[in-house]
Design a protein around this ligand. Structure first.
Ligand code: SAM
Ligand code: SF4
Ligand code: F3S
Length: 441
């Protein structure tokens, strides 16, 4: 009988893209994907280890699967992705409910691991390779409007706080040709937007084709036709003028750049091994803004990293005021065993203090985002409608070129349509508007 599989995805967009690759691999083997764990013969969790609370979430979910296992005899549980790559075989002791584990470079081994697990044989596949990109596998995509295209995997940067180089291994890129072929297939299938993904997407390189990320983006934009093109995540040290010029010149490349800075203090940036100073970051921001007026800039920030003083924290606040990011992902530092920071630095900012600093960062950013969004009131935004709004089927939700969430009265429009929306009001996270009348503006 056909076995039913549910895959629950935690963590970043790379994990979401991996789940689409795994879905494709497993359906080719005859498995049937189901949305509910209650209906499944095999439950897989595709996991994230970036912060302690991400791991706790997964452990908590595994606990809840113990009950499901009692109700469904023969249920198989697999844990894949960054958590097993990080904790390795120790996973089997961490939770008694796991039948197999596989790391991010071992997904081709899943059919074998699953077959064995159904016969009661436990398995672990945790090799990291320098080559695996899954570039030959057509992902089984969950949506029909926006698509992820992973173009590179892994990270060589070794930021002092981060597990990603340990869970994802060394950087490697897909060939330019395989990316362009995928873009053309998506265009043929009627997709409206694509996002090029990588842990450090702008470290992309195909030496045989002589391509760096700027060239890839330029070629993708030409092959994408009417599709919008986005990319994430960029590392500040690898943002080049060539890349920014492609964003400026290509109509279908969205004017939004996510550029994590982590801290506004040059001293902390050095301790974090980020490879740039505050001044260098600000110079890159100035370079981007002069080439792409109106560009939306977003970032990631960490509060309370090892040795961070009040003065360092104030530097982060002042950098935020200077740049005025459109939005930010903000975290307090969480020690990750095995990283440089865990081995060589002291986690000496008390939890309460980390939380206080984080709250100040969040409050400041909320105020800035609120002001930036209020300034959009009265403007006309080109919005790609993605879905019905959660509040009402009379409203559609979509994103502007600058990645703002926009909700508007749908009239005759459908998800997938590109709509000109007049912005009438705003909150800290959303713009609210109406469709522009024909002939208006
Ligand atoms: N590659 C991206 C870059 O260099 O900016 C970021 C990838 S990481 C998966 C996403 C974000 O998680 C980081 O930018 C950082 O802000 C945050 N992060 C990573 N390790 C962390 C830690 N140990 N504690 C708190 N936040 C962390
Ligand atoms: Fe982690 Fe730094 Fe690599 Fe980003 S660049 S994934 S923060 S090690
Ligand atoms: Fe998490 Fe792994 Fe992504 S640690 S953030 S799922 S690369």
């Amino acid at each position: 009988m056909t076995k039913k599989v549910s895959i629950r995805t935690f963590g970043c967009q790379m994990n979401q893209a991996d789940t689409e690759i795994i879905s494709s691999l497993l359906t080719a083997e005859g498995y049937c994907l189901v949305a509910e764990e209650d209906d499944a013969d095999l439950v897989m969790l595709n996991t994230c280890a970036v912060r302690e609370n991400a791991v706790e979430k997964i452990m908590h979910h595994l606990d809840s699967l113990k009950g499901l296992r009692r109700r469904r005899r023969g249920l198989v549980v697999g844990v894949i992705g960054c958590v097993p790559q990080y904790y390795r075989e120790e996973m089997f002791q961490k939770s008694g409910v796991i039948d197999f584990i596989a790391g991010p470079d071992s997904y081709r081994k899943l059919p074998e691991l699953i077959r064995n697990a159904f016969q009661g044989i436990r398995g672990a596949e945790l090799f990291l390779t320098q080559r695996e990109t899954y570039g030959d596998i057509e992902p089984m995509r969950s949506g029909s409007i926006s698509a992820f295209i992973p173009v590179m995997r892994g990270c060589n940067n070794m930021c002092a706080f981060c597990v990603v180089p340990f869970t994802r291994g060394r950087e490697r890129s897909r060939s330019l040709q395989s990316v362009l072929d995928e873009v053309r297939r998506l265009e043929g299938q009627g997709y409206r937007e694509l996002t090029l993904l990588g842990q450090n997407v702008n470290s992309y390189r195909d030496d045989e084709a002589g391509a760096d990320f700027a060239l890839l983006l330029d070629e993708v934009s030409k092959a994408a036709g009417e599709m919008r093109v986005r990319f994430t995540t960029s590392h500040p040290k690898d943002i080049s003028e060539d890349l920014v010029n492609v964003v400026a010149q290509r109509e279908n490349v969205c004017n939004a750049i996510h550029l994590p800075v982590q801290s506004g203090s040059s001293r902390m940036l050095e301790v974090m091994h980020r490879g740039h100073t505050r001044r260098e970051y600000l110079d890159k921001i100035a370079m981007i803004r002069s080439a792409v007026p109106g560009v939306a800039l977003s970032t990631d920030l960490i509060a309370g990293f090892c040795g961070e003083t009040e003065e360092d924290h104030l530097q982060t606040l002042s950098l935020m005021e200077e740049v005025r990011f459109d939005y930010a992902y903000m975290f307090y530092y969480s020690v990750r065993p095995g990283t440089y920071a865990a081995r060589h630095l002291t986690d000496d900012v008390a939890l309460e203090e980390k939380k206080r600093r984080l709250q100040e960062i969040i409050d400041l950013q909320s105020g800035i985002s609120g002001e930036i969004f209020r300034n959009d009131v009265g403007s006309v935004q080109e919005v790609l409608a993605e879905s019905e709004s959660r509040r009402s089927s009379d409203m559609l939700m979509g994103r502007s070129d600058t990645n703002r969430v926009v909700v508007f009265d749908r009239q005759h429009y459908q998800p997938g349509d590109l709509v000109r929306v007049v912005i009438e009001s705003s909150t800290q996270a959303t713009l609210i508007g109406r469709c522009q009348d024909p002939g208006e503006g």
